[in-house]
Write a protein that binds this ligand. Structure first.
Ligand code: PHE
Length: 454
């Protein structure tokens, strides 16, 4: 363990963490969640939750990872060997990403399908109604979405099996900035559409009617999901962070980057949604119905330009989703390897088979299995809801309680202030510690409990 690989520089740390954080969560999930949960109240709760709760949880996860210098399965046990309970928590941190992988890769498959559509110049000249019908027809069919989900997952598992992760990371260093530029361009264009201001108002002007506890739960769940918290990913990345790296600055950099990305995506999509007359609460399909409208209206004047942008945009989404999925698969493969000596290729294959099969059921829940609902949610929604509103909140709670109450304060101080060297974060330590020890757990617990009571 002494020679554990480290990230080379602060930029590399922020890049790697932002690479894991930025994905479908920002581009696909944030806009539709905001649309389903009342717009501005959700957006504001999401911003507050990110700064007040998720950022401290993020710092706590990096602290655990760097202190323990091992992946999430064994990290807490290494820091507190006396208690067996951490073994179960370690297992939970492996189970959660596998659980998320099952339905996340279904959306990866949708993105892949839209990438192919963009390559076939399919968006030029489609009306909003047609876009809705095409999307509805696609997800409710049986084979096309299942095929796309399996191809997408297989491609990611293949990359993990071959261990060519660094290649993909280099590639994603290119695509993430490209995605950023494309999102900004689309936002500018989308804001110029007739009726766009309604979309902006929806995102930024709170209405009293959407104030309720559920909005806060969903906003916090979204914030954890988007920052890859509660899934062992950031603990594992934390274990690669150099001893003299400033944890607070790297974490804050990642959180702000991720937050900005989501807000930009929201502002690119919501005005178009309103301009196209689509309901903001359209659910997981929101961006797949709204984005074609941006391209088709742009295509009315510049068909070639709009097709090229559409191809680049969906390619960038597919790659962003792939890098996230690769890091999810990697958690499972590393665990199977370390714990049971399973070789990478077999590990990737096993995960592909199990998560692929469960994902098929999630995919079918938009079609033949759509009648199968529990408390009004289909299987896909149930997976997503259980993961982000139950599992992630529970795990994040355990993480902050661990750092606040199980680890010695002096050890936490040592990590966060880099041993007090260069007087780093010495003054803000007490504030960060207070947020980790009291504010974050109390917020998570109270929101979680009120949600179940109400
Ligand atoms: N944070 C990613 C997103 O927003 C999802 C993810 C979670 C990726 C955990 C890796 C690990 O899409």
């Amino acid at each position: 363990m002494g020679n554990r690989e480290n990230f080379g520089s602060r930029r590399a740390v922020i890049y790697a963490m932002a690479g894991s954080a930025i994905g479908l969560g920002n581009i696909w999930r944030f806009p539709y969640m905001a649309g389903e949960h009342g717009g501005a109240v959700f957006v504001i709760s999401y911003i507050v939750a990110t700064l007040l709760v998720s950022l401290p949880v993020f710092i706590a996860e990096v602290t655990i990872g760097r202190r323990a210098r091992t992946s999430s399965y064994g990290a807490m046990r290494r820091l507190d060997p006396a208690h067996k309970v951490w073994r179960w928590v370690g297992l939970l941190s492996i189970f959660i990403p596998m659980f998320i992988l099952c339905y996340y890769s279904v959306i990866g498959g949708w993105s892949l399908y839209y990438f192919f559509k963009a390559c076939a110049f399919d968006f030029v000249g489609t009306s909003p109604d047609a876009a809705e019908t095409v999307f509805g027809g696609f997800i409710s069919s049986v084979w096309a979405p299942i095929g796309m989900h399996l191809v997408f997952l297989a491609a990611c598992a293949w990359v993990v099996a071959r261990g060519v992760k660094s290649g993909i990371e280099r590639f994603s260093k290119l695509t993430i900035p490209a995605l950023f530029v494309l999102i900004v361009l689309m936002m500018v264009y989308s804001l110029s559409l007739p009726g766009a201001s309604q979309g902006l108002r929806y995102l930024w002007q709170p209405t009293a009617s959407s104030l309720n506890v559920k909005t806060f739960v969903y906003a916090m769940g979204q914030s954890f999901f988007s920052l890859s918290l509660g899934m062992g990913a950031i603990v594992t990345y934390g274990s690669y962070v150099k001893k003299d790296e400033n944890i607070v600055i790297s974490s804050a950099g990642t959180a702000v980057f991720d937050l900005m990305f989501a807000l930009l995506a929201g502002m690119a999509i919501m005005p178009a949604v309103f301009a196209a007359g689509i309901k903001p609460g359209a659910g997981p399909g929101l961006i797949f119905q709204g984005i074609p409208f941006i391209f088709s209206s742009l295509g009315a004047n510049w068909p070639l330009l709009s097709s090229v942008i559409a191809i680049l945009f969906f390619l960038a989404i597919v790659v962003a989703a792939m890098t996230s999925v690769i890091s999810l698969i990697e958690v499972g493969v590393a665990f199977l390897g370390d714990r049971f000596g399973v070789d990478r290729r077999l590990g990737s294959l096993l995960i592909f088979l199990v998560c692929g099969a469960v994902g098929v059921v999630c995919s079918l829940s938009f079609g033949p299995l759509s009648g199968l609902t529990v408390v009004g949610k289909n299987i896909f929604d149930l997976f997503d809801w259980f993961a982000s509103n139950v599992l992630l909140l529970a795990m994040a709670f355990i993480v902050v309680v661990f750092v606040g109450f199980v680890m010695k304060k002096e050890d936490v101080r040592d990590e966060i202030t880099n041993g007090g060297r260069k007087r780093r974060n010495v003054r803000c330590f007490e504030l960060v510690y207070f947020l980790i020890k009291w504010v974050a757990p109390i917020c998570v617990l109270s929101i979680f409990v009120t949600n179940f009571i109400l």
